[in-house]
Write a protein that binds this ligand. Structure first.
Ligand code: H53
Length: 833
């Protein structure tokens, strides 16, 4: 039924159209209105939380008007849209970002002050939207910001988890996980109870032939779960464009519960179906770079993908265009292999529901999808047992088999003398049990495949996807180096630095064209400018020191070198290398005379990051860091010379405090293992230097900022394979300094040695897969170079300024423009006021 208002009545609508608040006074009015009506509170019981709620609702009201206008314009213009499918969107807080992006933070600040609140306290009330694990989820969030800021018609599609990534507490030095119930009050989402999709699971497929002799497959039976849309407005920076992030929530279809059972007094089982359905979107899987093949995870993937595709297809069909034009209107990007079933689902829709021929349908599918690979780690590559797929999605498995059959036929034709290639590239792995290789399915079903940094994109072409380069040619594979949004990661997280930069590079335009930062370079030679630069860094360190004091009780000296490693805890990221290095430093200090010690440079080693709950070794690493901290931090001989801090519950809003405060950050993965890394970009953009391996985006950062502005160490990716071969399990030589560290741990200096024996055994007895010993010497030597460099503060600050000036390339705006041009073929659409 058409729900639009007839022409004669539209005048009344026009006359009564609302517009967002303008200026401080109108903002205050909105806040008071929300406090008094929406929240039913008053001047007598408005605490900071209520003020946060009212402020957010005032901004939400304002955003949704731009959102409406953006959506109307995009529909009216019928322009091509991008759909970014991601199981994770690690958004962090929304209020500060919304205020800055619409350009009304000053009004809000002044207005809140008049109403009796400090804006920082109000911002601090917000709960992070933590629907992601780490780099992959945060990248998706940066992309949404860039897509809107660059005026691209784009939607994100994800799952509305009731529980995001767990909260981490550190109790007696161990990680303890606490559920993250974040939906108590979330002013940033719009429930769309009218936008629902029924999603089918299980059942079976019947095949028949129609009157024209055409085969018909019918997927019948099984169970239905309902997907309900929740929309989150995504404001662009300094533009009215406000895009949409649509998150799906699961619920039982056909009513709340079984009335029959309820009437019979079977209260518990009457709600069982409902609970089972709601389980699908209940919780985010807390693994980063690890796939464990759980049935519920596959259910989540299909649920989300099927709802999203139904929505996309429904929108396309409104335009009454022929199917052949689908990929002129729609580009879908797969963020890793998690949404790969979308390929199969679209083929199913076109074939079984719309009645298209296989080859036409398949052309449409492959020209619609692009696939981004984010890892070469074998444990992170998704594979699903054929049996599970058959049980849960019987029709999809048939289509996968057909896709594979046609694909292998073309391979066989092209490589008639190579039997083995068919086994190697088959989407079905002939193992026990048989598995569906999702990355291969994603490659076969997409027109472009990209890696996320140059080294990584080269590696996938020469290792895991080598055969596919032979089959499709090199042009199907490309690189789009990751980026970060300078709005959140500079302007919002480091406002003083952002303003200082703006005062020198010609205003705030650099926030939309980050290459303008290059105008900063000449100020490296300006002593007064360097002083201001230093003062901002120092103030940021004071702020972090306060946070450390408040949360850990440890006092750190803001004049010390702040050495930071914050990211997910993973053996390949090598926090163990860092903490072994810290122990080495401690032993060196302990071996000195008081006079010698006086000459040493004070350091604070700061760690943060979550371990997947089932990742035992990662939890051991956290325990060792905390154990070392409790000894070192209380050693009166050491004092300020070394402090070891573990910041609990690292998340986006903590990153906004930590990143601007670092002097040095560590990006020290075994070469060839970190696809890109993005925190490396954030730290340098905030004037911190890097110690890092030749891995991921570190390599391109070096190219941009210059070798003299980064501390590189360690073996190269090309040598890793051979080095691993030289490690004879149990009897390869361990670096002598590292051996001293091990012996000290084994003496019990940092608590029960047994607690850490597995970490040591991984190096000594189990082949040192991550090359901790091979890189140890180079790591320690390079830290000496860092100390030397830091002694010369003027030179250090120059390096910091020059590095920031050369970071323009790493904006996610550049990255999104590359996707738009090379992969999506979409253009911006400006929404005028
Ligand atoms: O994706 C980031 C990269 C980073 C990589 C990360 C990632 C995940 O967070 C989770 C799964 C996965 O396969 C990859 O580890 O190197 O910067 C964004 O591309």
């Amino acid at each position: 039924v058409e729900a639009s208002i007839p022409e004669p009545q539209r005048e009344a609508w026009k006359k009564n159209q609302t517009s967002g608040f303008r200026g401080k006074t109108e903002f205050e009015k909105e806040v008071v209105r929300h406090v008094e009506t929406t929240l039913a509170r008053s001047v007598f019981n408005c605490d900071e939380n209520a003020a946060y709620a009212a402020t957010s609702l005032a901004f939400r009201d304002r955003l949704i008007l731009d959102w409406n206008r953006t959506q109307q314009r995009q529909t009216y213009r019928d322009s091509k849209r991008v759909y970014y499918l991601s199981l994770e969107f690690l958004m962090g807080r929304a209020l500060d970002n919304a205020m800055l992006n619409v350009g009304q933070k000053d009004d809000a600040k002044a207005g809140l002050a008049e109403l009796g609140f400090r804006i920082e306290d109000i911002i601090g009330q917000e709960h992070d939207a933590a629907l992601g694990n780490g780099g992959l989820g945060r990248l998706a969030a940066c992309f949404l910001d860039s897509l809107a800021s660059l005026d691209f018609p784009a939607w994100g599609y994800g799952l509305r988890y009731r529980y995001g990534i767990f909260k981490q507490e550190i109790i007696d030095g161990y990680q303890v996980e606490v559920p993250d119930y974040w939906l108590d009050f979330n002013p940033w989402e719009f429930p769309r109870h009218d936008v629902t999709v029924d999603i089918q699971f299980f059942g079976n497929v019947s095949k028949s032939v129609d009157s024209n002799g055409k085969a018909i497959a019918k997927w019948e039976g099984g169970e239905i779960v309902q997907a309900v849309a929740f929309d989150v407005p995504i404001p662009g920076y300094a533009t009215p464009t406000t895009n949409n992030l649509r998150l799906w929530s699961s619920k039982a279809s056909g009513g709340e519960f079984d009335f029959q059972k309820f009437n019979n007094g079977e209260y518990e089982s009457s709600v069982a179906d409902q609970q089972r359905a709601e389980t699908i979107s209940a919780v985010l899987y807390p693994n980063d770079n690890l796939e464990r093949g759980k049935e519920l995870r596959l259910k989540q993937q299909y649920f989300w993908v099927a709802a999203s595709l139904y929505d996309i297809v429904r929108r396309f069909k409104k335009s009454h265009r022929p199917w052949i034009e689908f990929s002129d209107q729609v580009a879908i990007q797969l963020n890793d292999t998690h949404p790969t079933l979308a390929i199969v689902e679209l083929q199913r829709i076109l074939l079984d529901i719309e009645g298209l021929e296989w080859s036409l349908a398949w052309d449409i599918v492959t020209s619609t999808f692009g696939y981004t690979n984010h890892t070469v780690l074998p444990e992170a590559l998704e594979k699903w047992p054929v049996g599970l797929m058959q049980h849960l999605l019987p029709r999809h498995l048939q289509i996968i088999y057909d896709i594979n059959l046609f694909f292998l036929q073309t391979v066989e034709k092209a490589f008639p003398n190579d039997r083995d290639i068919l086994r190697r590239v088959s989407i079905i792995e002939e193992s026990q049990p048989k598995m569906v290789r999702m990355a291969f399915l994603a490659i076969v079903g997409s027109h472009k495949v990209n890696g996320v940094a140059e080294l990584h994109s080269d590696l996938i072409k020469t290792t895991i996807f080598k055969d596919f380069v032979e089959i499709y040619g090199p042009d199907k594979f490309t690189n789009v180096t990751n980026g970060i949004t300078p709005r959140r990661w500079l302007h919002q997280a480091n406002p003083r630095l952002s303003e200082l930069i703006a005062s020198k590079v010609g205003g705030h335009d650099f926030l939309k064209d980050l290459t303008l930062l290059n105008r900063l370079e000449r100020y490296a030679e300006d002593k007064d400018f360097r002083k201001e630069w230093y003062e901002i860094k120092y103030a940021n360190k004071v702020r972090l020191a306060k946070h450390i004091k408040a949360t850990t009780g440890v006092t750190v000296n803001p004049a010390a070198l702040f050495d930071v490693q914050v990211k997910r805890i993973h053996e390949y990221k090598r926090q163990q290398l860092n903490i072994f290095g810290v122990i080495h430093r401690y032993l060196t200090l302990k071996g000195m005379t008081p006079e010698e010690r006086k000459k040493m440079l004070p350091r604070v080693s700061i760690f943060g990051g979550k371990a997947a709950p089932g990742y035992w070794m990662a939890k051991q690493i956290i325990h060792l860091i905390n154990s070392v901290g409790s000894i070192v931090n209380n050693d009166p001989e050491i004092g300020d010379l070394l402090k070891v801090i573990f910041i609990a519950d690292y998340n986006v809003s903590k990153a906004e405090i930590i990143t601007p405060a670092s002097d040095l950050s560590e990006h020290i993965s075994t070469a060839g293992t970190e696809a890109s890394g993005t925190s490396n970009m954030k730290f340098v953009l905030n004037g911190g230097l890097i110690i890092g391996t030749c891995d991921g985006a570190n390599i391109e950062i070096t190219r941009e900022i210059g070798e003299s502005n980064i501390f590189l160490f360690g073996n190269l990716a090309e040598d890793v394979e051979d080095l691993r071969h030289t490690h004879n399990y149990g009897d390869h030589a361990i670096d002598s300094d590292l051996e001293k560290v091990f012996l000290e741990i084994e003496k019990g200096t940092f608590g029960t040695p047994n607690d850490f024996s597995a970490m040591i055994a991984a190096v000594r007895q189990h082949g040192d897969y991550y090359l901790v010993s091979d890189d140890f010497h180079s790591y320690i030597e390079t830290h000496h170079l860092v100390d030397e460099a830091y002694r010369n503060q003027e030179e250090w600050i120059k390096k910091s300024i020059i590095s920031v000036a050369r970071m323009g390339f790493f904006s996610s705006d550049r990255c999104i423009n590359e996707y738009a041009e090379q992969i999506w073929n979409v253009e911006p659409l400006v929404v005028h006021d």
